[in-house]
Design a protein around this ligand. Structure first.
Ligand SMILES: [Zn+2]
Length: 93
């Protein structure tokens, strides 16, 4: 049902040029996926998400504090497990 909340500007893209997520939940999941696919060192990569005042969608940010999910031991474990699977998949290609 997220799509119904999308306004015209959201569909057209955001002037920040950032990738857009239609809900906080989608942005959180994308942030976790981003960390699975990129082996960031501390302080690298997007660390949090925010609701954009321009388009109303959610974007990644690397400026704010680390998102609590990225510090959650269960999520950290999931990122490590899924990264191993991801790297293995890449090797098979
Ligand atoms: Zn925006």
């Amino acid at each position: 049902m997220e799509v119904q909340r999308v306004n015209h500007r959201t569909v057209m893209g955001c002037s920040t040029g950032k990738r857009m997520f239609l809900s906080e939940g989608l942005a959180e999941e994308a942030l976790i996926q981003n960390h699975i696919r990129n082996d960031y060192r501390p302080g690298e990569g997007p660390t949090n998400i925010y609701e954009c005042a321009i388009c109303g969608a959610w974007h990644f940010t690397s400026k704010n504090a680390i998102h609590p999910l990225l510090e959650d031991p269960d999520v950290i474990k999931r990122i490590e497990t899924e990264r191993r699977a991801y790297l293995w998949e890449q090797r098979l290609k």
